[in-house]
Design a binder for this molecule. Structure first.
Ligand code: NAD
Length: 295
């Protein structure tokens, strides 16, 4: 059976390294990185994320600035808030919590964020930099996935077959670009892919970012493969008592075949906020003209 990739422990280690980097930046350059998070509306899941982000930001020694706009705020108000944060030198990273209310255009809002402060890595400038292999800010979830894979496989991924299931701008596409940069042979699968099980079985590294509970079965997995499960799906418990979280991978059957596998929860999930903190430190260093911190 597969070795479990403990994302929770890895994320804790990463947060410690970020905190050490922040302390060094303060001591040597008098800079305290600042992360601004903007939340529009009352979505309960988003409120939890924003609270966790604030707590972990402060725990890493950075400043956390939180802005809440009511659900009926105008798009113009949000754009003005983002513009003010772009202009504020105490703010090194800006994150607008998604999803936004229906009457707001997320693309327009993301477009306005200064790419140097775009710690989510969603701005087209950062997406473009990733695509051409230039230094930029990389989306947190795929960045975390890559760290877990490299930690397990010894850093050199050249020549491995990687299959990424899902082509979203937030996870699938940037994940594929990151693996390509590591010289993997990358295939992106999606809802129109034919014979997905056979394609998945060709993967040395299989990343599932689909949003369908337990889609990937054990017989889709190549023996010994590294399986990264990005999915976070809430499903009813079998005994009818409430709900539980499952991934996009059928963990029990996949773990019998894989070499390494991330659990849900406790795999990719904790890496996302840790990578957000890492991106904020990276952004603060870049804005000060300092080299990229080694994390
Ligand atoms: P999305 O809905 O934007 O994209 C899903 C992708 O899956 C699409 O590209 C689609 O083509 C593909 N797809 C849909 N049905 C398919 C099928 N039957 N076969 C193959 N491909 C299919 O989702 P997303 O934002 O990329 O998120 C994917 C999953 O990852 C979700 O479960 C989400 O909750 C989770 N997620 C987790 C984190 C985290 O761990 N912090 C972050 C972001 C997303």
């Amino acid at each position: 059976t597969a070795q479990v990739i403990d994302g929770k422990a890895f994320a804790a280690g990463l947060r410690t390294r970020v905190a050490a980097g922040v302390a060094r930046l303060k001591a040597e350059h008098g800079i305290t990185p600042g992360l601004a998070v903007v939340l529009v509306g009352e979505d309960p899941a988003s409120q939890v994320y924003v609270r966790n982000k604030g707590e972990q930001t402060r725990a890493a020694g950075m400043n956390s600035f939180e802005f809440k706009l009511p659900a009926d705020a105008s798009e113009q108000e949000l754009l003005e808030r983002v513009a003010a944060l772009n202009a504020d030198p105490a703010v090194n990273g800006i994150l607008v919590q998604l999803p936004l209310p229906r009457h707001m255009d997320a693309a327009k809002v993301i477009d306005l964020i200064d790419p140097a402060k775009d710690v989510d890595g969603f701005h087209v400038v950062n997406a473009g930099k990733l695509a051409v292999g230039a230094e930029g800010l990389v989306p947190c979830t795929p960045l975390g996935c890559l760290m877990l894979v490299k930690d397990r496989l010894g850093g050199n991924l050249a020549g491995l077959n990687a299959v990424v299931i899902g082509r979203s701008n937030i996870v699938g596409k940037p994940m594929a670009h990151l693996l390509l940069k590591e010289s993997c042979t990358v295939t992106i699968a999606h809802s129109k892919t034919r014979d997905l099980p056979a394609l998945a079985r060709s993967a040395d590294i299989l990343v599932a970012a689909v949003g369908i509970p337990q889609l990937v079965k054990g017989d889709w997995v190549k023996p010994g493969a590294t399986v990264i499960d990005v999915g976070i799906n809430r499903v009813p418990k079998l005994d009818g008592s409430g709900t539980r979280l499952v991934g996009d991978v059928d963990y029990a059957s996949a773990a019998e075949v894989a070499g390494h596998i991330t659990p849900v929860p406790g795999g990719v999930g904790p890496m996302t906020i840790a990578c957000l903190l890492a991106n904020c430190l990276t952004a603060a260093c870049a804005q000060a003209g300092l080299p990229k911190p080694a994390l």
